[in-house]
Design a protein around this ligand. Structure first.
Ligand SMILES: [Zn+2]
Length: 266
């Protein structure tokens, strides 16, 4: 089902010709763009054009790897499934609103039609034309919109059904992502624990070593600490002097100008 929905998205963005890319991009792992091109039987540039178009909507993501021999980058792609489904849901909602508006219009207003030409006009327009067709001179008849309204209502139901499918797939995808996150969290926790244990062991080994050489760890630490403090004080003094010099020079210049003006006035 997911593939069908994804196909619909790709066809709406790129066109029917790009349909085949769906099966290749709907994978948990990123796929080499050259592999995609080969499998679709199109050039790498054609493949990239398709991918960029889908990428403009944020529906695919990519990573790049440098080819160590040739020195260029190869891109790897996959669908962002949740974003794809959100895109489709949004698309369906907009479509639904348009149809609903059209139904409301058909129910609230009268439309006129020339039966022989098949042309349709709104009430104001028909009035201006004196209810007579410009093309063939026939008198308009009132349009019976009931069949049209029924068709629209049927498509509304279809959209609702599809929206439900999209939402079910979204729920699926969210569960998948949650599980993935959980697994990653557990992995990280394990690694943290390992690292902490390794650090603990290292510290214990150091202690053993320093005891064996009979040097207190405190003495080892103190010396570099004193050096650092001295350096800091020294640099502070330097910056103070600089700023003082700047301030003095700033004050002097305007005062000399003032004196110059005063002397001119005199
Ligand atoms: Zn006509």
């Amino acid at each position: 089902m997911l593939n069908k929905l994804l196909e619909e998205i790709v066809v709406s963005i790129v066109g029917k010709s790009a349909e085949g890319i769906v099966g290749l991009l709907n994978t948990p792992k990123y796929v080499n763009e050259f592999v995609i091109a080969k499998k679709l039987g199109i050039t790498i540039n054609q493949t990239r054009n398709i991918l960029y178009k889908i990428s403009d909507y944020g529906l695919v993501s990519s990573i790049r790897k440098k080819d160590k021999k040739k020195g260029w980058y190869t891109y790897f792609w996959k669908f962002e499934i949740l974003k794809c489904l959100e895109f489709l849901k949004d698309f369906l909602m907009k479509n639904k609103m348009q149809i609903q508006e059209e139904i409301n219009l058909r129910k609230s207003k009268v439309f006129y039609v020339c039966e022989s030409c098949g042309l349709e006009y709104g009430e104001d327009e028909a009035l201006l034309m004196n209810f007579t067709c410009d093309e063939c001179g026939e008198i308009f008849t009132v349009k019976d919109s009931s069949k049209l309204i029924k068709d629209f209502e049927r498509s509304l139901l279809k959209i609702d059904d599809k929206s439900k499918l999209v939402e079910a797939e979204m729920e699926n995808e969210r569960t998948k992502l949650d599980k993935k996150k959980e697994a990653e969290g557990r992995k990280e926790e394990k690694e943290n624990k390992k690292r902490k244990e390794a650090e603990k062991k290292k510290r214990a080994d150091k202690k053993k070593l320093s005891k064996a050489v009979k040097i207190k760890p405190n003495q080892m630490k103190k010396k570099p600490a004193v050096k650092k403090e001295k350096k800091k004080k020294f640099s502070k003094k330097k910056t103070k002097k600089k700023s003082q010099v700047k301030k003095k020079s700033l004050k002097k210049k305007p005062s000399s100008k003032k004196q110059g003006k005063k002397s001119k006035r005199k």
